[in-house]
Design a protein around this ligand. Structure first.
Ligand code: PT1
Length: 306
């Protein structure tokens, strides 16, 4: 197809779905409108029986509920990467995520992503049925780049300064937007250099990962500068401490702030929102998508945003 034909197709009213499609195994994730990734933590402190015993059935029910609420992807994580979290051994992480992914992959109609940085966990998760790799270390761990390339699955490359245990001790940047952008550009190049297709990549600024409030706000305000890199952008801000800092609210009372942040992110070009509150976010994103579609129908709106 010529460039002109492609352009015509993309602006034709019957082909408004002109955004990227992410191929996740047998699933196709249409990112032409912003979609929702539901968070499923399978760390020992989540879905416990009240003590520290993890209850797999509770995790499965939670995933099913998120899909019923409209989640387009379920992100399964066995390593907490919250500020202060300690490292986990690969064998422990595999034991946590693989059985859950295996159960979900056959039950759910949506792709399952695995939130990991370890090549062993990537392989075990893919064997269990995960079809998207979500790596907060952007394939920088030894062997991770090669493992992801060999698995032939899409990958989300996230920016983080430092390591979870200590990253909030003293985050420092000259120009945070320029530095995050340069980092992501370098990781995209590293993926392309080992033969991964561009269409397999997602990028993520990494809200709360080695960033002060001002850094997070600068990134949220300038998401379009990161979207320009090309790959579709994933954003995770749901319930994070930056929203606590802005509202003074504890984690369980951050839904309004999380929705505001999700809407701002989607307007800034985010195509996948990683969230805890699926139903509410799906509704908020319906409003965003409807306004974006209306603007696309209206030459005056195009003119004003140019
Ligand atoms: C994220 C993300 C993630 N966040 C991707 N994966 C977490 N791609 C886990 C806080 O400040 O944004 N993108 N996987 C969770 N990490 C955090 C970080 C949780 C900071 C909370 C905070 O409260």
């Amino acid at each position: 197809m010529s460039d002109r034909e492609t352009a015509a197709l993309q602006t034709s009213p019957t082909h408004r779905g002109n955004g990227p499609v992410l191929v996740c195994g047998d699933h196709r994730l249409d990112l032409s409108t912003p979609k929702v990734m539901g968070v499923l933590n399978v760390t020992p402190d989540s879905f416990s029986d009240g003590g520290d015993f993890f209850v797999p059935e509770a995790a499965l029910r939670r995933a099913e509920q998120m899909v019923a609420e409209g989640a387009d992807v379920i992100d399964v994580g066995g390593e907490s990467t919250r500020p202060g979290a300690a490292a986990v051994a690969a064998a422990d992480e595999c034991r946590r995520v693989a059985p859950i992914i295996e159960a979900l992959a056959v039950r759910l109609p949506v792709p399952i992503s695995v939130d990991t940085s370890k090549p062993e966990v990537m392989r075990a998760a893919a064997a269990a049925g995960a079809t998207l790799i979500n790596d907060v270390r952007a394939l920088r761990a030894p062997g991770a780049l090669e493992a992801a390339a060999a698995l032939d699955l899409p990958v989300c490359l996230m920016h983080m300064q430092g390591e979870p245990r200590t990253m909030q001790a003293d985050p420092a940047y000259g120009d945070v937007v320029a530095e995050v952008r340069a980092f992501l550009a370098e990781r995209i190049a590293a993926c392309l250099a080992v033969g991964m297709g561009r269409e397999r990549l997602l990028i993520d600024p990494g809200f709360g990962f080695g960033k002060r409030l001002a850094h997070n706000l600068a990134l949220l305000a300038r998401l379009p500068a990161l979207a320009q890199l090309g790959p579709p952008m994933l954003v995770g801000i749901s319930r994070k401490s930056m929203l606590g800092a802005l509202t003074g609210r504890p984690v369980e009372a951050r839904l309004p702030a999380s929705l505001a942040a999700a809407v701002i992110a989607a307007r800034g070009g985010a195509r996948l929102l990683r969230v805890h509150d699926v139903a509410a976010t799906v509704d908020a994103l319906k409003v965003v998508a409807a306004v974006a579609a209306a603007a696309q129908q209206d030459p005056a709106a195009q003119e004003e945003s140019a």
